[in-house]
Design a protein around this ligand. Structure first.
Ligand SMILES: Cc1ncc(COP(=O)(O)O)c(C=O)c1O
Length: 481
């Protein structure tokens, strides 16, 4: 019989080999991937191999050409966007799931953790225990799932079933311009169209304006468009602002509209006593999203949605039965093998059938450091943004553009000799990127180009915020002189 060529029983040895390269990467002493691009492209850009080189040589190539040319996002000084590298236990747990539970099916400890992780997330973040949770690949999918259920309920109220018959009417989703574009894409994918998202103006703190929301709802009462959802940010991507959740909840109830909260980034902020009260009203939402792969330090590919109306959720995403799945019908008392049941039917609550075990990662994160550990991370990062804001307020060459709500601080360098502050701050950012140590991203607020670090990574410590401040001032001073 021909032997299987892929290594299938040598994992420990292979891991020992690759671990050395990962450890080396995590010292963050290597040059940036762009600077080596010619070399790694040259080494990796080869023809489709007809013959393999074996696992040991693959690891050698990983160590030589791939791992050292990985992403800056893993760096503790990288405060770009809203993303980071998972913690060590997340990497271990994802590997464990990959090896011991390659699917989210069956009566297994992994599948038990899928549900337990959702329960723990809900309890930690103040999400009502009776909301149905589901883990998915991240905030994009998590928002799609919540808005899918919203669409279902809105149409059912007028006697239509969009899951079966499609969308037959113009729709409205109310959000602010600071809502993540996955809201718009969800509207597109769900057949309502990006243009169904109406931007409600914001107040000075970049929060949804309640009078403006009411005004728009009154205008739309006279139109044919079907109101599907009001989407609030619990931590916007741009600035970390939190929309007035309790007031929006009351309006959503008055107008009988689904209330969705996008807390992909900011929901864990509720653990910080300094801002906890801003989350009041969360418990009134119809759907809520939060991404363990952001602030909680999970490996990428893990988002969560919680939905109050499980029936609407199921009606939207149910994939229906199939003959090859008939083991799911074994009665509980007759179960003799973990494959006798598919386990909890998560595949009917979202867009994936095949899916990795994700609960094990969330379980491992919380088991490792508990709620207290998460709370101290969130408080540390929020305090960093506050500290930076104070420095920006007090330094003659810095300007705070928006008081931080969570762990994002929007500020810029200023100087009386500067003619174009936007260009100057762009140039400062270019130089930060070139130096490659402190890597914030930028954004635009009211036409002002600002530097926008988001403190989120588990490896990001106090000296990183101090280093960033020093470097911005140093570059700014150099450019101006
Ligand atoms: C508020 C918010 N919602 C949704 C998303 C999309 O999440 P993902 O990138 O995990 O799909 C992001 C990403 O940063 C976000 O900040």
């Amino acid at each position: 019989m021909e032997k299987e060529q892929a290594e299938c029983d040598n994992l420990a040895d292979l891991l020992a080999q690759v671990t050395k390269h990962i450890e080396q990467f995590q010292r963050f002493e290597h040059v940036d991937a762009v600077q080596n691009k010619v070399d790694w492209l040259d080494a990796l850009n080869i023809k489709l191999p007809q013959q393999g080189i074996g696992a040991n040589r693959v690891i050698e190539e990983l160590g030589l050409h791939v791992i050292p040319n990985g992403s800056q996002l893993a760096k503790p000084g990288c405060t770009s966007y809203i993303t980071t590298a998972g913690t060590d236990i997340a990497a271990v747990a994802i590997l464990a799931g990959n090896s011991a539970s390659p699917q989210r099916v069956g009566i297994t400890a992994f599948n038990y953790l899928e549900s337990l992780a959702l329960q723990w997330l809900a309890e930690m973040l103040g999400i009502p225990a009776d909301m149905q949770g589901i883990l998915s690949s991240g905030g994009s999918t998590a928002n799609l799932i919540g808005l899918g259920a919203a669409r279902q309920r809105a149409f059912e109220r007028i006697g239509l079933d969009p899951a079966n018959d499609g969308v037959q009417r113009a729709c409205r989703i109310y959000a602010t311009e600071h809502s993540h574009h996955t809201i718009h894409r969800s509207a597109a994918v769900l057949g309502m169209g990006r243009n169904s998202v109406v931007h409600i103006p914001v107040d000075k703190m970049m929060r949804m304006s309640i009078p403006e929301l009411k005004k728009q709802l009154e205008i739309d009462k006279k139109s044919d468009a079907l109101p599907v959802a009001i989407v609030a940010n619990a931590g916007s991507t741009n600035t970390g602002s939190i929309d007035p959740l309790a007031e929006i909840a009351a309006i959503a109830a008055d107008y009988n509209i689904w209330f969705h909260i996008d807390g992909a980034y900011g929901l864990p902020g509720t653990l910080d006593p300094a801002v906890h009260d801003l989350y009041k009203g969360l418990e009134l939402a119809d759907s809520i999203t939060v991404d363990p792969h952001k602030w909680l330090g999970a490996s990428v590919g893990i988002g969560a949605t919680f939905v109050r109306d499980t029936r609407a959720l199921q009606q939207t995403f149910s994939q229906g039965g199939a003959d090859y799945l008939d083991t799911t019908t074994v009665d509980d008392e007759k179960v003799e093998n973990s494959m006798d049941s598919i386990g909890f039917p998560y595949h009917d609550l979202g867009v994936e059938l095949s899916a990795p075990a994700r609960g094990v990662v969330v379980w491992a994160l919380l088991r490792e450091i508990g709620v207290e550990g998460m709370k101290s991370r969130v408080c540390r990062h929020n305090a960093m943004a506050k500290w930076l804001a104070e420095q920006a307020n007090n330094h003659p060459n810095l300007e705070l553009i928006l008081e931080p709500t969570l762990s994002i601080c929007c500020f810029r360098y200023v100087h009386e000799n500067a003619q174009d502050l936007n260009q100057l701050n762009k140039n400062i950012h270019r130089q930060l990127m070139k130096n490659g140590v402190n890597i914030p991203s930028t954004t635009q607020l009211d036409g002002q180009y600002v530097i926008r670090p988001c403190f989120l990574g588990a490896r990001t410590a106090w000296h990183h915020v101090e280093d960033l401040l020093d470097e911005v001032l140093k570059i700014g001073n150099e450019l101006i002189s």
